[in-house]
Ligand binder design. Structure first.
Ligand code: HAM
Length: 421
C-alpha cells in the first residue's frame, strides 16, 4: 500500500523550503517597514464566522471544508480576513491598538476547488488588514505594500487592476439597475446566477458560465451609478497611485470573488503568457461593514491577500535568485576513535554561530570529504587521534589544498576571521 497527498495538496520538500523562507523573509522585512504586526488566528472557526447571512460568493457557498464535531459546526478557514476581523472584535483591539490597526498573517487556507496549475485545495496566503480608518491614502498605501513585495521578488510582468464598487448607496442603486436589466434574461442565466440574482446581482458579471453570453455586453456599468462621494474617493486613490508611480489599469468588470467589498477593489495579475487561468497573484479591497458584523464598532478596513504558491512560481519564472542559505559554514571530519570529540567540536562551532555539520557515523576519509563538498561547507576541520591528544585541529578552506594545524581554543577565532574576509 502506498499513500499520496490528498488531491489539491502538496508537500514542500527540503529543496523547495528555502524558497519559502526567502519569500517569508521578504514579507517580514516589508511588513516591518510598513509597521504591520502579525496576528495568528485558528485554522478553523465556527462556520458562522465565514457563512455570513446572504453571502453569495462561491467560496462560502460551494468551497468550504465544513465538519461537525459534537454540536459544533466548524469550518477550515477559506481565507484570512474573516478570522482576523473576528479576533479584532473579540479582543477589542480597537481599544488597545494604535488606530488604524495594521495586521498581517501568513498561513494555510482551504478551499474545495477543482485543482489545476496555481489552484490548490490547501494553499498559503500572506495577507494584511488595515482596520479602523478610511482614506484614499490608506487604500493606495495598502496596494503599495503588496506591490513592493512583488517587486522585491523581482517580478515585473504584472499589472495592477483597480475598480471601485462605491459606497452602500451607489451599490444599492446599481444592484437595482442590474436586477431590472437581467430580469428578462433569467431563463438564460445558469443556476448559480439565479441565486446570485436574488442575493447579489453584481456576482453575475463575474460568472464563468454566462460570461460570454451576448446580453452580458449590454449590462449597466457601475461607474454610471456611483454617487459623487464615491467617485471623488476613487479619483483620490488613483491620484495617490500616480504620485507613488504605481502603474494601474482601471477594470470596470473587476468585482472580486468575495462579498464584503465596498469602494476600492484591486488585483495584481501576471501578464506572462505561461501563467494560465490562475494569473491573479493577489487581490483585496475595502470593506465598510465587516467590523460591525462581528459585533465591533462601525469601522472600515482594507486589505489584500497574496497567494504565496503563485508568487513563488512567478518569481521563479521571472528569474528571481532565491537566497536559500542552505549551505554549511563548516564540516568536521573525524579519523579514528574520535567520535565524541567530533561531536564536541560541532557543538562548539554551533554555539559560536556557525552552521556546522559532521557525519556522526564512522566513514572513510574520502566519503567524509565528499559529504563536506555536498553540503557546501566553506571550511573543513579534520580531527584525528593525534590532534585530540595534542589539543589541536587541522583546518582548511574548501577548494584549497593546504591545511594548517591550530590549537583547539583558536579554532573559533580563526573561522570568524575567515568568514569576515
Ligand atoms: P482572494 O482573492 O480570494 O482574496 O484570494 C487572494 C489570493 O489568494 C488570490 O489572488 C490567489 O493568489 C490566492 N488563492 C486563492 N485561492 C487559491 C487557491 N485555491 N489556490 C492557490 N491560491 C489561491 C481573499 O482571500 C481576501 N481575504 C483578500 C482580502 C484581504 N481582502 C481584504 N483583505
Amino acid at each position: 500500500m502506498s499513500y499520496q497527498t490528498p488531491r489539491g495538496t502538496y508537500d514542500i520538500l527540503p529543496e523547495e523550503a528555502g524558497k519559502w523562507h526567502d519569500l517569508e523573509r521578504v514579507i517580514r522585512e516589508k511588513t516591518k517597514l510598513y509597521r504591520y504586526r502579525e496576528i495568528r488566528t485558528p485554522y478553523f472557526e465556527d462556520t458562522a464566522v465565514f457563512k455570513r447571512e446572504n453571502d453569495s460568493s462561491d467560496m462560502v457557498n460551494k468551497e468550504m471544508y465544513t465538519f461537525t464535531m459534537g454540536n459544533d459546526s466548524l469550518t477550515l478557514r477559506p481565507e484570512g480576513t474573516a478570522g482576523v476581523i473576528r479576533a479584532f472584535d473579540q479582543h477589542k483591539l480597537y481599544g488597545s491598538m494604535e488606530m488604524p490597526a495594521r495586521l498581517y498573517y501568513v498561513g494555510a487556507m482551504f478551499r474545495h476547488e477543482r485543482p489545476q496549475k496555481g489552484r490548490q485545495r490547501q494553499f498559503t496566503q500572506f495577507g494584511v488588514e488595515n482596520i479602523g480608518a478610511k482614506t484614499p491614502e490608506i487604500d493606495a498605501e495598502t496596494i503599495a505594500l503588496g506591490y513592493d513585495i512583488v517587486k522585491a521578488m523581482d517580478i515585473s510582468s504584472v499589472k495592477v487592476l483597480i475598480n471601485t464598487l462605491g459606497d452602500d448607496a451607489s451599490r444599492a442603486a446599481y444592484r437595482n439597475a442590474l436586477k431590472e436589466y437581467f430580469a428578462p434574461y433569467l431563463d438564460e442565466l445558469c443556476g448559480d446566477c439565479h441565486r446570485r440574482y436574488e442575493q447579489n446581482p453584481l456576482r453575475i458579471l463575474d460568472c464563468k458560465v454566462d460570461h460570454d453570453k451576448e446580453f452580458m455586453k449590454g449590462a449597466p456599468r457601475l461607474s454610471d451609478y456611483l454617487n459623487e462621494e464615491s467617485r471623488a474617493y476613487f479619483d483620490q486613490v488613483l491620484k495617490c497611485l500616480d504620485r507613488l508611480g504605481i502603474p494601474y489599469e482601471i477594470d470596470e468588470k473587476l468585482v472580486r470573488g468575495l462579498d464584503y467589498y465596498t469602494h476600492t477593489v484591486f488585483e495584481v495579475v501576471s501578464t506572462r503568457p505561461d501563467s494560465g487561468a490562475q494569473a491573479t497573484v493577489f487581490g483585496g479591497g475595502r470593506y465598510d461593514n465587516f467590523v460591525s458584523y462581528y459585533g465591533g464598532p462601525d469601522m472600515s478596513g482594507i486589505g489584500f491577500a497574496i497567494g504565496m504558491e503563485r508568487l513563488i512560481q512567478l518569481a521563479e519564472a521571472e528569474g528571481h535568485d532565491f537566497r536559500e542559505n542552505e549551505t554549511a559554514d563548516v564540516y568536521v571530519i573525524g579519523l579514528g576513535q574520535v567520535g565524541s570529540e567530533v561531536l564536541a567540536t560541532v557543538q562548539q562551532l554551533r554555539a559560536a554561530g556557525f552552521a556546522a555539520e559532521a557525519n556522526l557515523v564512522p566513514r572513510s576519509l574520502k566519503a567524509q570529504f565528499k559529504s563536506a563538498d555536498r553540503c557546501g561547507a566553506s571550511s573543513i576541520v579534520i580531527l584525528g587521534e593525534d590532534e585530540v591528544k595534542n589539543g589541536t585541529v587541522n583546518i582548511k578552506r574548501s577548494g584549497e589544498k593546504e591545511q594548517q594545524t591550530v590549537k583547539r581554543e583558536e579554532l573559533v577565532s580563526l573561522l570568524k576571521e575567515w568568514k569576515g574576509r
